[in-house]
Design a protein around this ligand. Structure first.
Ligand code: 26Q
Length: 824
């Protein structure tokens, strides 16, 4: 056993090779001659997993023996992407693995490419959760992720005639070598039924939830490897499993088949991720998903706590529960139910414990994105929780200063129930009052929270709202994704930056070093060549590697203003055609991103970009000075190829609408210059990189707000006064880009002109074009551009998610790093 153990843990090249050959035959069940690339991926992943398991158990046991305070990150989304390179890099064995595969005649890059991209998230919020997992493990913090093991991740996007078409994403089709199924970790989750009142043993009023339907939540664990391989944390995802409690009372054939059918349907709970990244769907299944994983997670947390404790007094000192947006906010009511109904804790004590454990992160102020579930739905699906929410609300409003002041307007804002129209439960308000801390995700966003959506709560609890500016993991987004730049950095300052990104500061003087600039450019060019090859393969469009790579990659949303970008592209196209003798700086506009399947305007914008691309890319009169490429199926894997290759980063949301952004950080860290509005974390990026190294344009959040409030804004006048804009819009409306259907884009023109241009595309257009011209002009000055690019990379140290997670740990969670004890 001992030798086998050592062999399994060994990180040397020969041992790895022996493991691969053994795993291929005995676990994958294939002969080396018959093995496909996918077989090899599974083989390598299983062998690498072996190298993780011992440290994983060490970590788990250390947390247990020392009964440390843990943080539980509850998130309906974890957008983790591929794990192989991440595991190898964090274990420090990329080169060893490459050599071992070489000796079998295989290429690591091909094996890596056979891994499906785990897309259990929509965008920023889900990717943030994944970065936090990496940072918690890398900082040796006892952190667990809890979520849903969706069978279908975010849909695959394809273009058919330039339109987005969605296909199911079956990431589990060939099995998942990283996960461990835990069929014994199983919790019942109830739905529907009714509440019965009764007297408990001491004659007090108590409640039980009866006649409910049950679904089981089964755990699947994935190890989360920290950098250096010391701490291996756990991501626990729940899958819905049918219960076996049939009603044998009505055991005729019809009833039997019906009962079985019901059971099968209950497993739909964990079938699919909702592809919606802003607007609330109001779908019952979505609400049931939220409760399903939240309830299972809280039961698991309490079970773990009770291994060391016999009452709940210490729970807030042992468990910090972070709500990633309001999606798990029903957890506030569920914790009260578990404590009061299941464990007979007194209400006031239970409330104190709940508030002590929970904290809540807000990711949006857009009114259409704030979750508010109909009271009618809650009464039906979770009747006991509805009672608890009423009780929380009554006690809270009674103690509020608004009640004392008889201020009914303020009372109705504070209420958990929105009484206008059909009555709804405001999940943000529930999360707020059930938490000891509430945070925004950038300085500006947090300020706006205080001034707008949570203004009345902020007056009531002035210390509760805090800022935690987002961050990104430097492991995935620089060390793994950008080897050329990563190696260059390491050659000058060593490897310390990988776990302490602020070390990049030391490289700032290198911006003035011509040799370093030359090497920096060489790294960028390598990455651009790789992206160009990838784009050619995926889209058939050939691009000029020496052109300015102008990149906007993110979900498609009106507030993110991809429309403004494509309008500017059309204007640039017109300029180039008007002045063919001018020496133009070649520009490649690169777009990627998915639209929610029901978001028609977003899908129309995708079609417009593709239509413009078709015209521009085939027009010989612009001499390849302009290309427009829309890469289909943007995901984490594609992002890892795009970020390192970008020159210009488009962060052009209407000010006040993008809570933070994190793609902005990935691009700047990889040496792209930002063209952006003073929105979200752009404001802080500007402060970090310096005003001279970023292109800021447009209205501020305050200006945007007053312009819209003022009511005097008239897009028609603005368009009339800007010939370039007028011409671009005329071309769209007369079918220059859609000769087969000239009226195709009328809804877009409508929303700009008659619809009042809610996202202020026309208002910011001119300023945007000027900033863009400045950027293109600067790009011609290669040395100056490179200098600024280097200052971008080297100024991004603060935007590491290690910093972010450290702030959460110190100021919200109260958890401390602990290095796992080795061996038993
Ligand atoms: C809610 C109810 C029903 C169905 C779906 C949803 C839903 C799902 C996902 C609502 C919102 C999301 C995702 C939001 C999101 O990604 N927000 C982004 O979060 C990032 C991390 O904080 C920020 O950087 C971005 O600015 C913010 O847009």
């Amino acid at each position: 056993y001992r030798t086998r153990d050592i062999e399994r843990r060994s990180l040397d090249v020969d041992a790895l090779k022996r493991s691969f050959l053994e795993w291929l035959v005995y676990s994958v069940g294939k002969d080396a001659r018959a093995a496909t690339r996918r077989d090899w991926f599974h083989t390598v992943a299983l062998a690498v997993r072996d190298r993780v398991v011992d440290r994983w158990m060490d970590t788990t046991r250390t947390y247990y023996t020392h009964d440390v305070k843990r943080v539980y990150y509850l998130s309906l989304e974890f957008l983790i992407g591929r794990l192989l390179t991440n595991s190898l890099a964090n274990l420090g064995i990329i080169d060893e693995c490459r050599q071992a595969l070489d000796r079998i005649g295989l290429s690591l890059d091909e094996v890596v490419d056979a891994e499906p991209d785990a897309a259990l998230g929509n965008g920023g919020l889900g990717r943030l959760a994944a970065c936090f997992l990496d940072s918690m493990a890398s900082r040796n913090l006892p952190g667990y992720g809890y979520g849903i093991r969706y069978e279908f991740g975010l849909f695959e996007q394809r273009f058919e005639h330039g339109w987005q078409v969605e296909y199911p994403e079956q990431w589990l089709q060939f099995g998942n070598p990283w996960e461990f199924a835990r069929p014994e970790v199983l919790y019942p989750v109830q739905f529907y039924g009714r509440v019965e009142e009764f007297r408990d043993s001491v004659g007090e009023r108590a409640y039980r939830w009866v006649d409910s339907e049950r679904v089981l939540a089964m755990a699947y664990d994935t190890p989360v490897v920290g950098f250096g391989g010391k701490t291996i944390n756990t991501l626990r995802l729940w899958a819905a499993r049918a219960t076996r409690d049939f009603n044998f009372g009505h055991f005729n054939e019809g009833a039997y088949m019906k009962a079985v059918e019901q059971k099968i349907l209950s497993e739909n709970l964990s079938r699919v991720l909702y592809p919606n990244d802003a607007t609330e769907t109001g779908k019952e299944l979505r609400f049931k998903q939220e409760y399903f994983f939240t309830s299972a997670s809280l039961q698991d947390i309490l079970r773990r706590y009770l291994q060391h404790h016999s009452d709940f007094d210490q729970l807030p000192n042992k468990a910090a529960i972070q709500l990633n947006d309001t999606h798990p906010a029903i957890g506030i009511a569920e914790m009260m139910r578990l404590l009061v109904d299941q464990h007979a804790v007194k209400w006031d004590k239970a409330w104190e414990i709940t508030q002590g454990c929970f904290s809540y992160t807000n990711h949006t102020l857009l009114p259409e994105a704030l979750e508010a579930w109909p009271v009618r739905l809650l009464e039906r699906v979770l009747p006991r929780h509805m009672q608890i929410i009423y009780e929380i609300n009554a006690k809270f409003l009674n103690r509020s200063s608004a009640r004392a002041a008889h201020d009914n307007a303020r009372l109705s804002h504070l209420s958990l129930i929105d009484e206008r129209g059909d009555r709804r439960v405001r999940m943000g308000n529930l999360a707020f009052i059930g938490s000891h801390k509430v945070n925004g995700v950038s300085a500006l966003h947090t300020e706006l929270m205080k001034q707008t959506v949570f203004a009345d709560f902020h007056a009531e609890f002035p210390d509760r709202i805090v800022n935690k500016t987002n961050g990104i993991t430097p492991r995935r987004w620089l060390h793994q994704a950008n080897r050329p730049l990563s190696d260059l950095i390491t050659s000058r300052i060593g490897e310390g930056w990988i776990h302490d990104l602020s070390a990049l500061d030391a490289l700032k003087p290198k911006a003035d070093d011509v040799v370093f600039r030359e090497e920096f450019r060489r790294a960028k060019r390598k990455n651009k060549k790789r992206l160009a090859a990838y784009l050619a393969r995926q889209t058939g469009v050939e691009i000029n590697v020496d052109s300015l790579f102008d990149v906007q990659v993110k979900r498609i949303h009106e507030y993110k203003r991809q429309l403004m970008n494509i309008l500017q592209t059309i204007a640039l196209y017109n300029d180039m055609r008007d002045s063919p003798t001018v020496t133009w700086t070649p520009v490649t506009k690169i777009f990627a991103g998915k639209a929610a399947p029901a978001y028609h305007m977003a899908k129309l914008i995708i079609k417009l970009i593709n239509d413009v691309g078709k015209v521009v890319n085939h027009d010989p009169s612009v001499h390849d000075n302009l290309k427009v490429v829309f890469l289909p199926n943007y995901n984490v894997t594609a992002a890892e190829i795009i970020m390192p290759a970008a020159d210009l980063s488009e962060q052009i949301s209407t000010a006040g609408m993008e809570a933070s952004g994190t793609g902005n950080m990935k691009l700047a860290l990889n040496g792209a210059l930002t063209i952006g509005t003073l929105d979200g974390a752009n404001v802080e990026i500007k402060d970090a990189v310096g005003d001279d190294n970023i292109f800021i344009f447009g209205l501020t959040a305050e200006e945007a707000n007053s312009l819209r409030q003022g009511g005097a804004y008239n897009p028609r006048d603005v368009i009339g006064a800007n010939p370039a804009l007028k011409r671009a819009l005329d071309m769209i409306s007369t079918g220059v880009f859609s000769p087969d259907d000239p009226s195709r884009y009328h809804p877009i023109l409508q929303s700009l002109i008659d619809g009042g241009d809610h996202f202020l595309v026309t208002a910011d257009f001119e300023d945007y074009c000027t900033a863009h011209d400045d950027a293109v002009a600067l790009y011609r000055d290669t040395e100056e551009w490179t200098r600024k690019a280097i200052l971008n990379t080297t100024s991004m140290g603060w935007f590491s998610s290690d910093r972010t997670v450290g702030e959460y740990a110190d100021e919200i969670w109260g958890v401390k790093p602990i290095i796992p004890d080795e061996g038993d």
